[in-house]
Write a protein that binds this ligand. Structure first.
Ligand code: NAD
Length: 253
């Protein structure tokens, strides 16, 4: 798919990886519809995209709320009259050990609230946005591409029972959609980033970050631009479908 003038929705486009993706696609001439909870972040990303001379709009939307997601895609359809791509990027973490034991006694456990919060945003949000995007692509007659942002954590990671379950889930959903939606000309794929230098990761303790970086064969964190390049690669290559691309500096090898 040639990206010039194509309409792409990016959730969580207000900062971090979502912003880097938006700028990469704007540079290639795409029109951007950015969804986030953070108005200030959205305004900033929209302004940066428009510097490339493309149309860009921000939408306040909560991906975990069905009414909000339906409204988002209705608004995008009426504002742009087309939809060619979606990046399901909005995501959160609420890390904590599954159970914590001290002197033979269980002293804490992952709360159901923290389980549900992460499920709602990462998994239900991806489900809702993927569904509404596919509907709009079919109604508007645009073949398109959906990318779910997974994580290397999808294979399991200490302290991330909730997050890892959602990231395995969004990869599996992309495979299912690739199989179900190919008949309508819609592709779906996922990207599993390693540790990338965004607020989500840089908010960790410096000692923890140093330990992580030293354990990566590349000996550094990834750059948001490296994930943005991968989004563009998948969008532009019509024969990439159903696969998960790992971008992790060889961390998982
Ligand atoms: P980030 O926290 O910097 O940005 C996430 C954005 O999503 C924020 O702008 C936030 O406001 C928005 N958001 C959160 N909840 C939302 C909701 N309910 N509705 C709409 N928007 C919402 O995170 P990031 O590092 O840019 O990560 C982006 C994605 O990449 C996430 O799915 C994350 O799990 C995934 N990921 C990140 C890394 C990394 O190292 N940074 C690694 C693997 C996967």
């Amino acid at each position: 798919m040639e990206l010039k003038d194509k309409v792409i929705v990016i959730t969580g486009g207000g900062r971090g990886l979502g912003r880097a993706m938006a700028l990469e696609l704007a540079e290639k001439g795409a029109k951007l519809a950015l969804a986030d909870l953070d108005q200030e972040g959205l305004d900033e990303t929209v302004g940066l995209c428009m510097e490339f001379g493309v149309e860009a709009r921000g939408y306040i939307a909560n991906v975990s709320d069905e009414d909000s997601v339906v409204k988002l895609f209705n608004d995008v359809a009426s504002d742009f009259g087309a939809l060619h791509g979606l990046v399901n990027n909005a995501g959160i973490t609420r890390d904590g050990l599954f159970i914590k034991v001290k002197d033979g006694e269980v002293v804490s456990k992952m709360s159901l609230d923290n389980w549900n919060l992460v499920m709602d945003v990462n998994l239900t949000g991806t489900f809702l946005c993927g569904r509404e995007a596919a509907i709009k692509m079919i109604e508007l007659g645009n073949p398109g591409c959906i990318i779910n942002i997974s994580s290397i954590s999808r294979h399991g990671n200490m302290g991330q029972t909730n997050y890892t379950a959602t990231k395995a889930g969004v990869e599996a959903m992309a495979v299912t959609w690739a199989k179900e939606l190919a008949r309508y000309g819609i592709r779906a794929a996922s990207i599993a980033p390693g540790y990338i230098g965004t607020e989500m990761v840089l908010s960790m303790k410096p000692e923890a970050l140093e330990k992580i970086a030293s354990g990566i064969p590349a000996k550094r964190l990834g750059k948001p631009q490296e994930i943005a390049n991968t989004v563009a690669f998948i969008m532009e290559n019509d024969y990439v479908n159903g696969r998960c691309i790992e971008v992790d500096g060889a961390l998982r090898i």
